[in-house]
Ligand binder design. Structure first.
Ligand code: FPP
Length: 255
């Protein structure tokens, strides 16, 4: 593994990325939109490898949203194909690095072959203890919250949860990957400043970094720039700057 590029103090433990701009990248070159997704796959390869080299604990990639199901069928199929291709071609390297693959979202909606590829990668890397690589697939932030509420209501009906004692920590444990800490840094490419229904619960205090680059142009050096910018931010969690700087303010890393 390469030496870390960045000092480890104040490294974001969890980075989440909205990979936007594949279509525009292609259209600007007179290519089919799917060519943008194909090149976007190269960015995924580069950024996943870089995140591991830098020492990031968790990387969550927004690969396919609930809303993306409404895209033309040909584009949906191509995206599923690229995901399968990534998992098949990279799984050996990912597994040998000790990376653990996980997936969040309504996976039951995925085509069988895609689901099989995802579940295979998750299963094969389950015991790994290196970087956690999370694919948000068929994912919607509101759907995730509704799914958590449904599971909670069921447990309440069974008497396993006392509604009076429900708190944020318990609620969060019902999310798709309730054991993961919240993202420290959210990167969005594609020159847009929207959350697009991504990790709505988890980004309450996440630092947001937007890039004007289209996703296929976003590579390792740009990830490093985003992390360097993150390292200049002061995370106050609603406190004053003086409180954050004085020791004993009682702030932990937070979820
Ligand atoms: C947004 O670009 C990107 C997506 C909808 C999907 C991201 C998919 C990849 C990077 C391909 C491979 C994925 C994995 C996880 C291996 P857009 O099409 O919305 O771009 P636009 O805003 O320019 O139209």
């Amino acid at each position: 593994m390469d030496a870390p590029l960045l000092p480890h103090d104040r490294l974001p433990e969890h980075i989440a990325i909205i990979m936007d701009g594949n279509g525009r990248w292609a259209e600007a070159r007179g290519l089919e939109r799917n060519e943008g997704h194909r090149e976007g796959l190269e960015s995924v390869r580069s950024v996943v490898r870089a995140a591991d080299e830098i020492g990031i604990g968790t990387l969550t990639l927004y690969a396919f949203s609930m809303e993306n199901w409404n895209r033309p069928k040909g584009e949906v199929n191509a995206l599923m194909g690229f995901l399968e291709q990534y998992l098949e071609s990279e799984i050996d390297e990912v597994a040998s690095r000790g990376t653990r693959v996980r997936a969040i979202g309504r996976l039951d909606r995925l085509p069988k072959s895609t689901r099989r590829a995802v579940e295979g990668a998750v299963e094969r890397t389950r015991e790994n203890r290196g970087m956690t690589l999370v694919f948000a697939l068929s994912y919607g932030g509101r759907t995730e919250i509704v799914d958590a509420a449904r599971a909670l209501l069921r447990d309440a009906e069974l008497g396993a949860i006392d509604p009076e004692r429900l708190d944020e920590k318990t609620f969060a444990s019902y999310l798709y990957a309730g054991d993961l800490r919240d993202p420290d840094l959210l990167i969005r490419t594609g020159a847009e400043s929207r959350i697009s229904n991504f990790l709505l619960w988890q980004i309450a205090y996440t630092e947001i970094y937007t890039s004007d680059l289209m996703w296929p142009d976003f590579r390792k050096s740009h990830l490093v720039s985003a992390i360097l910018e993150y390292q200049t931010r002061e995370r106050r969690y609603g406190l004053t700057s003086a409180q954050v700087r004085s020791p004993g303010s009682g702030l932990g890393g937070g979820r």
